[in-house]
Design a protein. Structure first.
Length: 256
């Protein structure tokens, strides 16, 4: 079995694969400060709760956009789970070529998503990740990472509303019954959700126009991606485990 770890700005998502099958997933908060021993014990306990013994884990792979947790997290995994640990970064085999102006600027999470999307669905493909930021990454038919667009995520936009506007409350992010809101909470929900749908459709259409890719595939992932994917025809596929799949694929490419 392989432990895959996606360190995001909000959560650290763990997955365990038995060959190509995702056996289980669990999460920890990314912003909580922990020692390597705390990480090790928590991960071991969560694996045990899911009926997995650490002796069954042959190796692990991490992609992280939060550098300050990496020392403790990698230390905990190596000490308590598996010494065979790989980090997505420079020099690792991914199967795609980054042809942007500065390849080193592309975050590991975006690379992992691009790898999974290209391997699973082929190219040209536009990969949408609705996380802390909303990202749109283009991979062409040859497997080249060509371009990326970055926008504020839905949660960032929501947080800006209730933190910077004194009379606006903190709300649950969900699609309201109608865009024709008649009170504050559904008004905010309508603006956030339908605004994101409108942004998504415009960006996808603009990418199609500028690339000329009439056969462009569009796949989405990320916690709030399902809400958007269900409301627009421009997204053909929603895959909640896309990042974890990418980590598995990269691990396999580097252990053949």
């Amino acid at each position: 079995m392989v432990l895959v770890v996606d360190v995001g700005n909000t959560n650290i998502t763990f997955g365990v694969y038995n060959k190509k099958s995702l056996v289980t997933t669990f999460r920890l908060m990314a912003k909580t400060q922990r020692t390597s021993d705390e990480y090790g014990v928590l991960i071991t306990e969560l694996l045990s709760k899911n009926h997995i013994n650490t002796s069954e884990i042959e190796g692990a792979i991490i992609a992280s956009v939060v550098p300050n947790v990496m020392h403790a997290l990698t230390g905990g995994i190596k000490r308590y789970v598996s010494e065979r640990l790989m980090t997505v970064g420079v020099g690792i085999k991914t199967g795609i070529k980054i042809v942007t102006e500065n390849p080193k600027e592309i975050g590991p999470d975006r690379i992992v998503d691009a790898v999974a999307a290209y391997e699973l669905y082929g190219g040209p493909i536009l990969v949408l990740d609705f996380g802390t930021a909303t990202t749109y990454d283009l991979v062409d038919e040859k497997g080249c990472f060509c371009a990326g667009i970055t926008a504020p995520g839905i949660r960032i936009s929501a947080k800006a509303l209730w933190e910077d506007a004194a009379k606006l409350p903190e709300i649950e992010i969900k699609k309201p019954a109608s865009i024709l809101a008649q009170e504050t909470i559904s008004s905010m929900q309508a603006g956030l959700v339908y605004g994101q749908i409108g942004q998504t459709e415009y960006i996808v259409h603009r990418v199609q126009k500028e690339t000329g890719y009439e056969n462009l595939k569009v796949v989405a992932t990320g916690g709030l991606g399902r809400i958007i994917a269900e409301e627009t025809d421009v997204i053909q596929e929603y895959n909640s485990a896309l990042t974890l799949e990418g980590l598995r694929i990269i691990y396999e490419k580097n252990n053949r």
